[in-house]
Design a protein around this ligand. Structure first.
Ligand code: AMP
Length: 280
């Protein structure tokens, strides 16, 4: 496995792979790897000849009061996990090379980036799209892998790829959960043991909603009422938002259908956790 820090070297490797007609798969991450990230790597390994995983804690997607400085990092652990999962290249650039002093160009997917996650985290998706666009230009992958766990992010990336004509296939992979249902996330590390138990309220509410929908409930407001009351009962949880949306553009829907997605975000203590469930 190669570890590449310089943009120039990354470009050279991709160019060489392309001359051999190798399919390049990219898995963009912020590191502190868990099974969720590894599921994307396994899929990329299955589909592609060369698997590149980027590790970059992207400052432009964090608001000033957010957890950029204390975001968990462990490059040694990531390196070992990536190698045993079969990653061919870790692209691990320095912030100063990605964002040079005079950096001034951003990508934003308008409207969709201002709702839900984008409403609480104002410049978040602009930062995400900018870094993902840069990674696409540097690495030139054929396929890129994203998690359903960050459903709005994945939908926004798909829109960016379509709107800006990136010649890249986007594959969305299902959310990997702990045995008890908590969606895996690097931020779960922040939870105390009491908060860890309370955090289950996200998945419990989604399951409850799923049960209602299976029992033919079609009205979003009825389902959302139940979700809100479940979260309210959990002392350490505070609901940021819950909604039922169209899976492509994230607009709210009043009637639930097969294209709907239930989204929920809660603060558990100071930690903000997101989750969602596809209605099938
Ligand atoms: P992050 O390092 O948190 O930026 O995540 C990198 C990629 O892994 C993103 O596409 C995430 O959606 C995906 N991911 C994170 N957690 C999970 C999970 N529990 N299951 C599946 N994919 C995930």
């Amino acid at each position: 496995m190669k570890i590449i820090k310089a943009i120039k070297n990354m470009r050279q490797l991709s160019k060489k792979a392309k001359t051999h007609n190798n399919i390049i798969g990219l898995v963009p991450t912020m590191g502190y790897l868990h099974e969720g990230h590894l599921s994307l790597i396994h899929r990329a390994k299955n589909d592609c000849d060369v698997v590149v995983m980027s590790i970059f804690v992207n400052p432009t997607q964090f608001a000033p009061e957010e957890d950029l400085k204390k975001y968990p990092r462990d490059f040694d652990m990531d390196r070992k996990l990536a190698e045993s999962a079969g990653v061919d290249v870790i692209f691990y650039p320095d912030t100063k090379h990605i964002y040079t002093k005079d950096f001034s160009t951003f990508v934003s997917v308008e409207n969709m980036d201002k709702i839900w996650e984008g409403k609480t985290r104002l410049a978040h998706f602009k930062g995400v799209c900018t870094i993902v666009g840069k990674l696409f230009n540097i690495i030139d992958p054929d396929v890129a892998y994203f998690g359903q766990k960050d459903a709005q992010q994945t939908a926004i990336i798909k829109r960016m790829v379509k709107d800006l004509n990136f010649n890249i296939k986007i594959v969305a992979m299902p959310t990997v959960r702990e045995k008890d249902g908590l969606a895996m996330s690097s931020r779960n590390k922040y939870l105390s043991s009491e908060e860890r138990k309370a955090a289950l309220v996200l998945y419990r509410s989604l399951q409850e909603a799923e049960g209602m929908i299976k029992n033919r409930e079609k009205r979003s407001d009825n389902v959302l009422k139940r979700i809100r009351s479940m979260v309210k009962k959990e002392r350490l949880a505070r609901l940021d938002y819950a909604s039922i949306v169209n899976h492509k553009d994230f607009s709210s829907v009043s009637e639930i259908s097969k294209t709907s997605l239930i989204i929920i975000t809660c603060y558990i203590g100071k930690t903000r956790l997101i989750d969602n469930l596809v209605v099938v």
